[in-house]
Design a protein around this ligand. Structure first.
Ligand SMILES: Cc1ncc(COP(=O)(O)O)c(C=O)c1O
Length: 384
């Protein structure tokens, strides 16, 4: 068996956390050991260091670590006092956690459509969703654009709609921390931004974690209080109803090390995305990244002609190539969300994308030989 044949038989993980673990090895072990040494497992010094590193990385005035991306969304909505009678506009084509905390707080998500080229919130549908909310007798309060699969939404267009209607913008950057839009990094583009450090995210920890970013001092102070049971100047004074929403010290220690190699990993993800685009551009619809945005490629999601997806999925599976479908059920078709209002005009693009998209393996350690195997397998399956 020659060298290439042997290389070709290596398993292909969808996301290879092990490869990153091997690269970071001792640095992470040492960082965790330091926490074990000082025993400040909650709100230890690593949390403050990581928050400062994060804020410096993206240019936000405040970065506030918290227990998950979902808690990051919840803390902002709580701080804004979103509740019953309020409407919050969310895209349909997203992971359903985007809208979950809106519902938990008693507010109503108004489900808007996305653009076919970026998969992100369509400003025109967002505008129509404001009118839909009013027709339903609700008070439009906020927009939650999502930067899906690592790519920023059209933040200037969304900010203009928000300004015209007096709405707040909470950017759901759970999949896209590190990406930029018109020269600014996510974390600085909305009134507040939430991200997730779930292990599979471009910047992930070894468990659950998240962060909120904002330039608003008063909002940051409220969120810091809310994440520790609404504490006041004294931690045994409850000034508001909050949650236990802190980032663990061990996770912060892991993230400090991971953030150091994050720019290099983003560059690698972009090289891999470029190679996919070159190899697959003529065969499928590859992701579109405009001149003014950069992506961190949380997913590499292609679009196929109607009816081709099942065949491709099966052909790749037969060759040991994993794929995933994000999202076969957009928000408006999820059992827990299907009774919420959809923006006037409907969500036809989200409907279509749910039938046509498929995500290929993507991580910073996907080497050219494995990637060429994936590209070859996709081309071969679709040529049939
Ligand atoms: C778009 C989006 N929003 C929110 C979340 C929630 O993040 P977490 O799992 O850290 O709570 C996720 C996580 O997958 C997500 O993809």
């Amino acid at each position: 068996m020659n060298q290439h044949a042997r290389l070709d038989e290596r398993p292909i993980p969808f996301i290879d956390l092990g490869a990153q673990r091997r690269r970071l090895g001792q640095a992470i072990d040492d960082a965790v050991a330091r926490v074990m040494g000082h025993c400040q497992f909650v709100q230890g010094p690593e949390v403050r260091t990581f928050e400062a590193d994060l804020a410096a990385f993206c240019g936000a005035r405040h970065a506030i670590g918290c227990a998950s991306g979902t808690d990051a969304l919840l803390l902002v909505l709580l701080a804004w006092g979103i509740g019953r009678g309020d409407a919050v506009i969310c895209p349909s084509f997203t992971y359903h956690a985007t809208a979950e905390m809106v519902v938990l707080l008693g507010a109503t998500p108004i489900i808007a459509d996305v653009r076919a080229d970026t998969f992100n919130l369509d400003p025109q549908s967002c505008e129509r969703a404001v009118a839909t909310a009013k027709k339903c007798g609700l008070k439009p309060k906020a927009i939650i654009p999502v930067d899906l699969f690592g790519l920023p939404a059209d933040h200037d267009a969304i900010a203009a709609i928000a300004a015209a209607h007096g709405l707040l913008v909470l950017d759901d950057a759970a999949q896209s921390f590190g990406a930029s839009y018109r020269g600014r990094k996510l974390g600085t583009l909305a009134t507040a931004t939430a991200t997730s450090f779930f292990p599979a995210k471009p910047l992930g920890c070894y468990g659950d974690g998240g962060a909120v970013f904002t330039d608003d001092d008063a909002l940051a102070a409220r969120i810091k209080s809310l994440r520790v049971h609404g504490e006041g100047a004294d931690k045994y004074e409850a000034t508001r109803i909050g949650i236990t929403g802190r980032l663990d010290t061990i996770q912060a220690a892991v993230l400090i090390e991971k953030l150091k190699i994050f720019p290099d990993e983003i560059a690698s993800r972009n090289r891999i995305a470029q190679r996919y685009a070159e190899g697959l551009g003529g065969v499928v619809t590859v992701p579109h990244v405009g001149n003014e945005t950069t992506s961190v490629w949380a997913q590499y999601t292609i679009r196929l002609a109607p009816g081709r997806r099942d065949g491709l999925e099966a052909a790749l599976k037969a060759q040991g190539i994993p794929t995933a479908i994000y999202y076969a059920k957009p928000l408006h078709r999820q059992p827990a969300y299907r009774d919420f209002p959809v923006a006037d005009g409907g969500v036809p693009v989200s409907e279509r994308l749910a039938e046509e998209v498929i995500s290929l393996p993507m991580h910073a350690y996907l080497d050219p030989a494995l990637q060429d195997r994936i590209i070859g397998a996709v081309r071969h399956a679709l040529a049939r």
